[in-house]
Design a protein around this ligand. Structure first.
Ligand SMILES: Cc1cc2nc3c(=O)[nH]c(=O)nc-3n(C[C@H](O)[C@H](O)[C@H](O)COP(=O)(O)O)c2cc1C
Length: 237
């Protein structure tokens, strides 16, 4: 009799353990977009982009409301789905938005830096002889990039950000997209400007890239809030 009771208890214990495993699988089967794009730790190497800073305000806002154990399950299940935020920023406005996107999505960050940095005089749009005026006047201008090339291996989503210059993308963005293969990658443009919209910039980049699945993109003003950026990201799902 004792033996039978012991066997019955063992069977019940095994059945209850299987149910816990089952519910964890249900949790991991349908991760949200934010979770899908979380990077895996091991893929960041020297020439690869910086990781988003942990512990920023935006990162805290994006923290899922789950027990530590549950979060780990979800991250493990989505390993291999990574997002990257690529940006160029001459005066820091686009950089701020890029950092917020990275913190909110857990994406990596890569900054496109000009080989020859843009000075204040270069950026003077009131001067018809300034560097940027000449570059933007010439659709074939391709300013050299000074930052190390980025590897896009393993990224399924790339947010790509820049300021609007004369209604378009800075020509250095064309240098960048022409140097990359975005095959199989969802490309999400975003820009900052004083008042202009994205204009033709997203289409120009898609045309010049010649690869990638380019979404419409979004313009932000200076000091765009985390909640504004968060709702845009939510709308992309
Ligand atoms: C050369 C140049 C041209 C610009 N052209 C426009 C424009 O056509 N429309 C607009 O709204 N803002 C324009 N701006 C303002 C920038 O788009 C805006 O300040 C942007 O947020 C700067 O981003 P950054 O700090 O990341 O470089 C221009 C700025 C520069 C330097």
């Amino acid at each position: 009799m004792k033996k039978t009771v012991a066997m019955l208890l063992s069977v019940m214990l095994l059945l209850s353990l299987a149910a816990c495993g089952g519910s964890a699988n249900t949790n991991t089967a349908a991760p949200s977009k934010t979770e899908e794009t979380a990077p895996s730790q091991d893929a960041v190497s020297e020439n690869e982009p910086e990781r988003a800073e942990a512990g920023t305000e935006a990162a805290a806002a994006a923290e899922p409301e789950a027990e530590a154990g549950e979060t780990a399950e979800v991250e493990n299940a989505t390993e291999g789905e990574k997002a990257l935020v690529v940006y160029f920023s001459a005066t820091g406005t686009t950089k701020e938005v890029a950092e917020k996107i990275a913190a909110l999505t857990g994406a990596d960050l890569y900054e496109i830096k000009a080989a020859q940095e843009y000075t204040e005089a270069d950026l003077n749009w009131n001067n018809s002889d300034s560097r940027t005026t000449h570059e933007q006047d010439d659709t074939s201008a391709r300013p050299e990039i000074g930052s190390d090339p980025v590897s896009l291996d393993g990224y399924s989503t790339v947010y790509i950000g820049y300021p609007i210059w004369w209604g378009e993308e800075p020509r250095i963005m064309d240098t960048f997209v022409e140097s990359c293969d975005f095959d199989g990658i969802t490309m999400i443009p975003f820009c900052t400007s004083s008042s202009s919209g994205m204009g033709r910039s997203g289409k120009n980049l898609a045309d010049n890239a010649g690869s990638g699945n380019w979404l419409e993109g979004q313009r932000f003003g200076a000091g765009a809030s985390e909640s504004e950026i968060q709702s845009w990201i939510e709308g992309l799902k």
